[in-house]
Design a protein around this ligand. Structure first.
Ligand SMILES: Nc1ncnc2c1ncn2[C@@H]1O[C@H](COP(=O)(O)OP(=O)(O)OP(=O)(O)O)[C@@H](O)[C@H]1O
Length: 337
């Protein structure tokens, strides 16, 4: 749905060139919620603004819904942009207009006739749960409600893609939760593809299907969460599902972290391992969590004997589709899947 290829964007500021986006490749599939996570200054906003060409990239390609936006002329580009909604951290509402007036604004710009506009505004406010506040002004509603207005306004042109620029950063945790739920619901009900940028791991954990980390204009890691969670050494996986501090490995034992995602979580691999190899499996810790749509579990196990002596046992776990990371004697993780 969104294909970004070799995207580069630099700014000239005070005689200096800043490379905000430095050769980014990214693919967001139709119906997916994709999160780009990064610190302030990483280049996230610039990347997002290149997707609807609010910023013109220096080079590279952005294809949205099959159209390469950089090849479009003014009028075509404006039409294409109407199919790409955008929401912002500070909502960007017009203070002199009511809630309904704010949602009506893009429809006026599109030249939608008055009666149809009124019908569509009512429908949009219903969709975001604000029907009762149609006549209120932005100053009279809460931050969460303001973002709901922002979302309704972004959906006015029936976009297939929604870009979210830190949409929940100005909101408290509870309100953040309700806005994320709304976005998840819209994604499912309308098949809306969402590309969001955030500095909060929690946002990725709550609603994303796939994610990337951005640092100094580049994506250092990227992929579906199910894949990242089982990728040894993944920074996103460590953030999404932090492991407890590992203690010292006792001599003559093997300590391993076993990660299981989705279906693999339902298989009794510990008892199978113990039975197959007549080995005592000691469970040192573990947790099961919900990450996006996925059930993910991690178990730290201890086996008698060093890792060489347990090669067959570890291979057995990997063959069962589990990710296994073996702790080194100095407790640093050294294993790979
Ligand atoms: N209009 C501009 N002119 C000059 N430099 C800019 C401009 N916009 C962004 N930059 C620079 O580009 C880099 C990336 O900025 P960007 O806003 O994309 O990052 P970000 O990850 O979204 O951070 P934040 O969350 O703080 O906005 C930064 O070094 C920033 O100072």
């Amino acid at each position: 749905m969104i294909q970004i290829e070799k995207l580069r964007k630099t700014y000239r500021a005070r005689g200096r060139t800043v490379t905000a986006v430095d050769g980014v490749d990214l693919r967001v599939r139709e119906g997916e919620i994709f999160g780009v996570l990064g610190r302030s200054g990483a280049g996230k906003s610039t990347l997002l603004r290149c997707v609807n060409l609010l910023e013109r990239p220096d080079s590279g390609r952005v294809v949205v819904d099959g159209r390469d936006l950089s090849t479009l002329s003014g009028a075509q580009l404006r039409a294409a942009r109407q199919r790409i909604g955008m929401i912002h951290q500070h909502f960007g509402l017009l203070s002199s207009r009511t809630v309904a007036g704010n949602v009506a604004f893009p429809l006026e710009v599109m030249g939608v006739p008055r009666r149809e506009r009124a019908r569509r505004v009512a429908e949009l406010l219903e969709l975001v749960g604000l029907a009762e506040h149609a006549g209120a002004y932005p100053a009279q509603i809460s931050g969460g409600q303001k973002q709901r207005v922002g979302i309704a306004r972004a959906l006015a042109g029936r976009p297939r893609v929604l870009l979210s620029d830190e949409a929940t950063s100005a909101l408290d945790p509870q309100t953040t939760g309700s806005i994320l739920e709304l976005l998840r619901g819209l994604n499912r009900e309308l098949g809306l593809t969402i590309l969001l940028i955030t500095h909060e791991m929690e946002v990725v954990k709550r609603i994303c299907d796939a994610a990337a980390i951005m640092r100094d204009g580049r994506l250092t890691e990227s992929g579906p969460l199910a894949e990242l969670l089982t990728r040894p050494g993944s920074e996103l996986a460590a953030g999404l599902f932090p492991l407890p501090e590992s203690g010292a490995v006792r001599p003559g034992t093997t300590v391993a972290d076993v990660t299981f995602v989705g279906e693999a979580a339902d298989r009794p691999f510990v008892s199978t391992l113990a039975r197959t190899y007549a080995v005592d499996v000691n469970i040192l810790g573990g947790a099961v969590e919900q990450v996006g749509d996925l059930r993910v579990g991690r178990l730290r196990i201890e086996l008698p004997g060093d890792p060489d002596a347990n090669a067959a046992q570890l291979a057995h776990l990997r063959e069962a589709g589990l990710t296994v990371e073996v702790h080194g004697r100095d407790t640093a993780l050294e294993g790979t899947s």
